[in-house]
Design a protein around this ligand. Structure first.
Ligand SMILES: [Mn+2]
Length: 371
């Protein structure tokens, strides 16, 4: 049995003001190719399928098309759960009909479930555990005393999961912050929101699971001995510039147990940090998403628009070594008289001081404006 584990697609997401739909479509086309070439039996998407609870019609049709091709054309079993960004109602729509064609969805507490699969000489159970908060449990079970994440996971485990841990191989698909019992650190990045230390589940309860396919953290990483965050397939913040994105292929067999391999994804447009001198950087061109760090000591006029001509997907500019006098000048801008300020600007751009008559001309204009 070959499983492909991915998560945090955030279809419909923007990076600054740039729509990433084209980049996301490119990822889905690549994924389709991998699913086909690698003869995958089961695709697991561990939450945050969409970026918002009300995705655009373009985002919905992109996914609809992809899911249909996977389930109907490739005949691959598709298992998805809701993440904290997804709307349980929207994602769960017509899930009963879909289940008949091999498309399993778990969106909230009521539909936590374990799907059994029979292989030639062994059985597998995949438990779908969507993003759950203490408040969601309290709303459904008013008389239960549940106030934190520890009590939530214990309750959910006892009520929905425990009796289903009975297969030769038990797989869990979950979304949220799961801490390893070994105490190693998790790696975070800027594109995740509302990730707090207290809102975490402990993985202790799931030690007998053969593989845990997690979603929520956007950096791909190993958690404890049997769990992995696949990470987002696309870099959603500059803090991920050096990440290598991809998906996990998980092979399960009676003889060899579980073996895991990461398949790296090369994006349509990469997200990079470029550090260097303005004029040097301007010699190159790229359609990648770039954050530019300038090493120039002197201020540069209109760097954003000038760079954008060569880097249409420019994200941000930072001056690393700007001379102190420039910084101070900016702080005190309001105190400097407008004509002095213009004189400085003029001499910077034209590279000579203003002439007597020009200064007089300027003074007249400024006087007129002030009146
Ligand atoms: Mn996410």
């Amino acid at each position: 049995m070959r499983i492909l584990h991915t998560s945090d697609w955030h279809i419909g997401r923007f990076l600054n003001n740039y729509s990433l739909l084209q980049d996301q479509k490119y990822f889905l086309d690549w994924l389709f190719f991998v699913l086909k070439e690698q003869k995958v039996d089961l695709l697991i998407v561990a939450g945050d399928i969409y970026n918002t609870a009300s995705p655009s019609s373009l985002a919905v049709s992109l996914l609809d098309e992809f899911f249909s091709r996977v389930v109907l054309d490739l005949k691959i079993k598709l298992l998805i759960i809701a993440g904290n960004h997804d709307s349980p109602e929207k994602l769960g729509f017509s899930s009963k009909i879909l289940q008949r064609s091999g498309f399993y969805i778990a969106t909230d507490l009521k539909n936590i479930k374990t799907i059994p699969f029979e292989e030639k000489n062994f059985s597998i159970g995949v438990t779908l555990f969507p993003y759950i908060t203490p408040a969601m449990v309290k709303e459904e079970f008013k008389e239960e005393k549940i106030s934190n994440f520890d009590e939530t996971i214990n309750f959910v485990y006892e009520r929905y999961i425990k009796e289903n841990v009975k297969y030769d191989f038990n797989i869990l698909c979950a979304h949220g912050l799961f801490l390893p019992s070994s105490g190693e650190d998790l790696k975070f990045c800027d594109s995740e929101v509302e990730v707090g230390g207290i809102e975490a589940f402990n993985l202790n309860l799931f030690s007998e699971f053969s593989y845990i396919a997690l979603g929520h953290l956007h950096k791909s990483q190993k958690v404890g001995k049997n769990a992995r965050y696949s990470g987002s397939p696309i870099k959603y913040s500059v803090s991920e510039a050096n990440d290598i994105k991809g998906v996990f292929l998980v092979d399960i067999s009676k003889e060899k147990g579980v073996s895991i391999e990461k398949v790296n994804f090369k994006p349509l447009r990469d997200l990079r940090v470029i550090t260097g001198n303005f004029r040097e950087i301007l010699k190159e061109k790229s359609s990648d998403y770039v954050a530019v760090k300038l090493t120039d000591e002197d201020f540069i006029i209109d760097p954003y628009n000038r760079l954008k001509e060569n880097y249409p997907n420019l994200l941000e500019i930072e001056f690393l070594n700007l001379k102190l006098e420039f910084k101070q000048n900016f702080k005190g801008l309001k105190e400097i008289e407008p004509n002095k300020l213009f004189e400085e600007f003029y001499s910077y751009v034209v590279e000579r001081k203003m002439k007597e008559e020009e200064i007089k001309f300027l003074d007249d204009i400024i006087k007129n404006i002030e009146i």
